[in-house]
Design a protein around this ligand. Structure first.
Ligand SMILES: *Cc1c(COP(=O)(O)O)cnc(C)c1O
Length: 407
C-alpha cells in the first residue's frame, strides 16, 4: 500500500481506541527533527515520552543495531549472550547494582521489582511482610500489579480486582509515610521525579527519610527511574544526583532510545531471592536490545553529554519563565535536567492539551503530564539551535493562543 493511503482515519478503522493520536503521521526523523507524510518538519521536545534521549537515528546506535543484527538476534534465556553480559557488566560498574534482571518495558521491570520485594520479604521475614507503600499520583505501568501500585485510581477503574497489600502516601510528605509504615511493610516505591504525575521532583530530605524508614523496618527502597534515569537529570541515574541509594532500581524508556529494553538493578543479597525458575521473560536480555542499550549508556555517560543536560535545562527554564511572565501562562516551572514541567496558571487550568496541540501546529512536539502541566523531555543532545528555534516557535504559538482565549 502506498503510504499516502494511510491516514489518521485508518487508525480508527484498525486499532483499539485506547490512544488518541494527533493528526499528523511522522514518517522519518533525524536528530531532533521529525518529518510527517506531507514533508512538514517538527522539532521534537517530547522525545517519544522521554525515550529518545540521544535523538533519532544516532549513528552509534544504528551501527550497534546493524552489527548485532548480523551476528545473532535471539537465543532465549536457556543461553546467555555477549551483549547482555556486556550490558550487565556496564550497569554493575557504573551504578550501585551488583545484579541485573533484563526486561522489555518499564512495567515489566517494575513487575519484577515488586515481585522481588515481596519474595525477599517472604524468604527473610516470613508471611506477614507483604505491604507496599507507594505514592499518590505516581505511575509505574499498566500491568495489573503496576497499576495497583501506581497512585492514579483512574487507571484501575473497571479492571478490579487488582493485587492487594498496597497503600498510598503523599509524595514529599514523610508524616504520611509514618502513618502507613509498619513491620508489615516490605517495600517503599517512589519515582525520584514523578513523571506522568505532573513532573514533580522529590525533595532530597524526602528520599533520605524514605531510606531511613526502610532501614528501620527492614523494607526495600525501590526507585522507579523508568522516566528520570539514563542521564535525564544530568546524572546517569537520578539516585546519584540525590545521593540516596535504593535497594532496587528500574530503568527503561531512554535505556533503548526507542528499542524496547528495560532492566531491574539490585544487590547480590537481594537478587538471590529470584532463584532459578522464580521469574523470567522470553525477550528479556535479547541481544539486539542489549547491544543498543549498552551503546546508549556509554554514549550518555560522558561528562560533556551530562553537562549539556544542565545547560539545556537552563535554556528551557529561562524561556518558559519568560513566557510565564509575559503571558501569565504558568504558575510554576519545575523539574530536573531535561525532564521539565510547566504548570498552567489557574486561569488556564485544564488547557494543557490545547497548548500541546497549538505547539504541534507551530511545528513543535511537546508532552503533557495531566490536564494542567506541559512536559518537556527532549533529546539530551538536542542541538542548541534546534532548541532555541523550538522555544521561539512555542513563544509565538502560545502568544497567539492566549489572545484567542481572551478574544
Ligand atoms: C513510562 C513509565 C512506566 C511504564 O513503562 P512502560 O515501558 O510503558 O511499561 C513506569 N514507570 C514510570 C515512572 C514511567 O514513566
Amino acid at each position: 500500500m502506498h503510504s499516502s493511503e494511510l491516514t489518521r482515519a485508518t487508525f480508527d478503522d484498525v486499532m483499539v481506541p485506547n490512544y488518541a493520536p494527533g493528526n499528523m503521521i511522522p514518517v522519518k526523523a533525524k536528530g531532533s527533527r521529525v518529518q510527517d507524510q506531507a514533508g512538514r518538519e517538527y522539532i521534537d521536545l517530547a522525545g517519544g515520552i522521554a525515550v529518545t534521549g540521544l535523538g533519532h537515528g544516532h549513528p552509534a546506535l544504528l551501527k550497534a543495531l546493524q552489527e548485532q543484527s548480523e551476528q545473532v538476534w535471539h537465543l532465549s534465556n536457556l543461553l546467555t549472550n555477549e551483549p547482555a553480559l556486556r550490558l550487565g557488566q556496564y550497569l554493575c560498574e557504573h551504578t550501585f547494582a551488583e545484579r541485573v534482571f533484563m526486561a522489555n518495558s518499564g512495567a515489566e521491570a517494575n513487575e519484577a521489582a515488586f515481585k522481588l520485594a515481596r519474595r525477599y520479604a517472604w524468604q527473610h521475614h516470613g508471611e506477614n511482610k507483604q505491604e507496599i507503600i507507594a505514592f499518590d499520583n505516581s505511575f509505574h505501568g499498566r500491568t495489573l500489579f503496576t497499576l495497583a501500585v501506581g497512585g492514579q485510581p483512574k487507571y484501575r477503574e473497571g479492571f478490579e480486582p487488582v493485587p492487594r497489600g498496597i497503600v498510598h502516601g503523599t509524595f514529599n510528605d514523610l508524616a504520611s509515610v509514618d502513618a502507613l509504615l509498619s513491620e508489615r511493610t516490605c517495600a517503599i516505591v517512589v519515582e525520584p521525579i514523578q513523571g506522568e504525575g505532573g513532573v514533580r521532583p522529590a525533595e532530597k530530605a524526602f528520599l533520605q527519610g524514605l531510606r531511613e524508614r526502610c532501614d528501620q523496618v527492614g523494607a526495600l527502597l525501590v526507585f522507579d527511574e523508568v522516566q528520570c534515569g539514563v542521564g535525564r537529570t544530568g546524572s546517569l541515574y537520578a539516585y546519584q544526583h540525590y545521593g540516596v541509594t535504593p535497594d532496587i532500581l528500574t530503568t527503561a524508556k531512554a535505556l533503548g532510545n526507542g528499542f524496547p529494553v528495560a532492566a531491574m538493578l539490585t544487590t547480590a543479597a537481594i537478587g538471590n531471592s529470584l532463584g532459578v525458575g522464580t521469574h523470567g521473560s522470553t525477550y528479556g536480555g535479547n541481544p539486539l536490545a542489549c547491544a543498543v542499550a549498552e551503546t546508549v549508556l556509554k554514549t550518555v555517560n560522558q561528562p560533556e553529554v551530562l553537562a549539556g543536560v544542565t545547560e539545556r535545562h537552563q535554556m528551557i527554564r529561562e524561556s518558559l519563565e519568560q513566557m510565564g511572565r509575559e503571558l501569565g501562562l504558568f504558575k510554576e516551572v519545575r523539574g530536573g535536567g531535561l525532564l521539565m514541567g510547566a504548570e498552567l496558571a489557574p486561569a488556564y487550568a485544564g488547557k494543557a492539551k490545547a497548548l500541546m496541540d497549538a505547539a504541534l501546529d507551530a511545528g513543535v512536539m511537546i508532552l503533557i503530564a495531566g490536564p494542567d502541566v506541559l512536559r518537556f523531555a527532549p533529546s539530551l543532545i538536542i542541538p542548541e539551535q534546534d532548541l532555541a528555534e523550538a522555544l521561539e516557535r512555542m513563544q509565538v504559538a502560545f502568544t497567539q493562543w492566549v489572545q484567542t482565549q481572551q478574544g
